[in-house]
Design a protein around this ligand. Structure first.
Ligand code: AMP
Length: 173
């Protein structure tokens, strides 16, 4: 298998969740054992030398990739969730969506000052969600040393919102 073989495993859904959106459905890739393993190993390979302490996953599809990646890198896993879901004391950040605003939160003791953090999500679209997550990690004093996606919708130019940390996507659309 090579990285281009993954393309055929991702399903396009037209007009989901709203009209005009072409949704990249990764469930068809995840249910394929060798393809799922390939994704985790391909991402892990890029960070084996990066001395990652913490892999942060973004609710909810980010969790699916971040947890096995953390295992592979012998790093900890930390969830970033929608505001109101995490049980202990959190810091949160509001950000713009296409329509309206949303808020993401992280436990305030989840990342220690100076820890090396890799942030993971499935899809880079406009970049708003990842930009907000970077702010959360940096607020706790974490050093964002990598940002990884399974796929990037490059025409939306989300990368431009993500600052200086290196951004990796296995597939570009
Ligand atoms: P954004 O903040 O615009 O970069 O959106 C990122 C979040 O929305 C990610 O967590 C994705 O899972 C989801 N998302 C946005 N656009 C799409 C799309 N076309 N297909 C699948 N997921 C998407």
């Amino acid at each position: 298998m090579n990285v281009e073989d993954l393309r055929a495993k991702i399903r396009d859904i037209n007009d989901f969740p709203t009209e005009g959106i072409l949704f990249k459905d990764i469930t068809t890739l995840l249910k394929d054992g060798p393809a799922f393993r390939y994704v985790i190993e391909a991402l892990a390979k890029r960070y084996t030398a990066a001395q990652i302490d913490i892999v942060v996953g973004i609710e909810s599809r980010g969790f699916i990739l971040a947890a096995p990646l953390a295992q592979q890198l012998a790093a900890g896993f930390v969830p970033v969730r929608k505001l109101g879901k995490l049980p202990a004391k959190t810091v949160h950040v509001e950000y713009e969506l296409e329509y309206g605003r949303s808020a993401l939160a992280i436990h305030e003791d989840a990342v220690q000052r100076g820890q090396r953090v890799l942030i993971v999500d499935d899809v880079l679209a406009t970049g708003g969600t990842m930009a907000a997550t970077i702010r959360l990690v940096e607020q706790l004093g974490g050093k964002v040393v990598g940002i990884a996606f399974l796929l990037e919708l490059a025409f939306l130019k989300g990368r431009e919102k993500l600052g200086s940390a290196p951004v990796d996507a296995l597939l570009e659309y």
